[in-house]
Design a protein around this ligand. Structure first.
Ligand SMILES: NC(=O)c1ccc[n+]([C@@H]2O[C@H](COP(=O)([O-])OP(=O)(O)OC[C@H]3O[C@@H](n4cnc5c(N)ncnc54)[C@H](OP(=O)(O)O)[C@@H]3O)[C@@H](O)[C@H]2O)c1
Length: 322
């Protein structure tokens, strides 16, 4: 089968299309023919080993454990292992390979029961492929912040993959949402339900005198001081992305003084979270924002675009059927 493979860490051009062996499902696995996958932040970070510690998990000098990137996908079940009970050949599915990656390929094997579900009928494979990374992350962090109806929530970086899902989910939980993004994305963020939008290129959210129960930063650029200044005493400052300084030392200071609670770490989610998001998609309360779609052959271009840090929502990679 065709797959995008990288044999050394580096710029997008290290990604090359190669013929590799097709995977064979184990007894508890489902073989999925991938229709669409995405380029998410984890993909380009792994490709260039940024931050450096990635080398300790994926090979010090070159990528050894994970030669094919791609964390999330949508596609069709091609075959199933002997012990699989919930999926059948031909089912349309969506899910994640998680930290095993491997979705930049025609086929992938996924165990049933954790990160695979039947695709909602009312969305395309492209839309379904991008639900996992942004949607599960946004849900994980909003739940960590114990979001409640009526709260005031600021989403900093509201136009990216995590941000677009976070705005919609925070609205679903009944919060009053302020989204921070650049002028080009104000209409998009409003269309996702934000009650108020702030253009970060023009206005400093911390100078408006508003106080939030939750400040959720998806890009690590809200600034510790500015965010604490805008946070209700005892509120949650959530760093989906951000510096270790802010999350560790800032977190200790905020806890010691009672100023707030700093939440960071790695998002996780399982069948319950996926079913929750799927339910919202099916009733039209959650949608995937798609910026661009690239064919697998243009994977390097797709990585270049995403790494620049200004995509709107999600970038999709289509895997053509041979
Ligand atoms: N901890 C975890 O488990 C976890 C999970 C998921 C993601 N992450 C991390 O979270 C980060 C975001 O992921 P993502 O996929 O949502 O990113 P993304 O989609 O690439 O984010 C792009 C968006 O960020 C906005 N942006 C860039 N600079 C900004 C700034 N200074 N202020 C406000 N917005 C700005 C851009 O808007 P403009 O074009 O308008 O600037 C763009 O729409 C990544 O670093 C990722 O590694 C962590």
């Amino acid at each position: 089968m065709k797959a995008a493979v990288y044999r050394r860490y580096g710029p997008p051009d290290v990604l090359q299309i190669e013929d590799v062996e097709e995977p064979v499902p184990k007894d508890n696995e489902v073989l999925v023919r991938i229709v669409a996958t995405t380029v998410c932040a984890a993909d380009w970070r792994l490709r260039k080993a940024d931050p450096f510690f990635i080398r300790f998990m994926n090979g010090l000098w070159r990528p050894k454990k994970i030669p094919t990137l791609g964390m999330e996908f949508a596609g069709k079940v091609e075959s199933v292992g002997k012990a699989v009970t919930h999926f059948a050949i031909g089912d349309e599915v969506f899910g994640a390979t998680g930290f095993k990656f491997g979705a930049y390929a025609e086929y992938v094997c996924v165990p049933e029961g954790r990160t695979l579900a039947i695709k909602p009928d009312n969305i395309t494979h492209e839309e379904a492929a991008a639900v996992w990374f942004g949607g599960i992350s946004a849900l994980h962090f909003l739940r960590k912040a114990k979001i409640q109806a009526g709260q005031k929530v600021l989403i900093y970086g509201a136009s990216g993959s995590v941000g677009t899902f976070a705005v919609q989910l925070a609205k679903h939980f009944g919060a009053q949402v302020t989204g921070v993004c650049s002028a080009a994305n104000l209409d998009l963020v409003k269309s996702l339900g934000a009650d108020e939008v702030i253009d970060y290129t023009r206005d400093d959210f911390s100078k408006a005198g508003r106080i939030y129960d939750i400040v959720l930063d998806t890009v690590g650029k809200s600034g510790f001081r500015r965010s604490m200044k805008s946070l209700k005493r005892g509120g949650f400052y959530v760093l989906v992305a951000g510096s270790l300084w802010s999350s560790w030392f800032g977190g200790m200071w905020a806890a010691a003084t009672g100023a707030g609670k700093v939440v960071s770490g790695i998002a996780s989610g399982g069948p319950e979270a996926q079913t929750f998001l799927k339910g919202l998609i099916e009733v039209g309360k959650l949608r995937t924002v798609i910026d661009r779609c690239y064919p697998l052959e243009q994977i390097a271009e797709a990585h270049r675009y995403v790494e620049a840090g200004h995509k709107k929502g999600n970038v999709i990679v289509n895997i053509p059927r041979r």
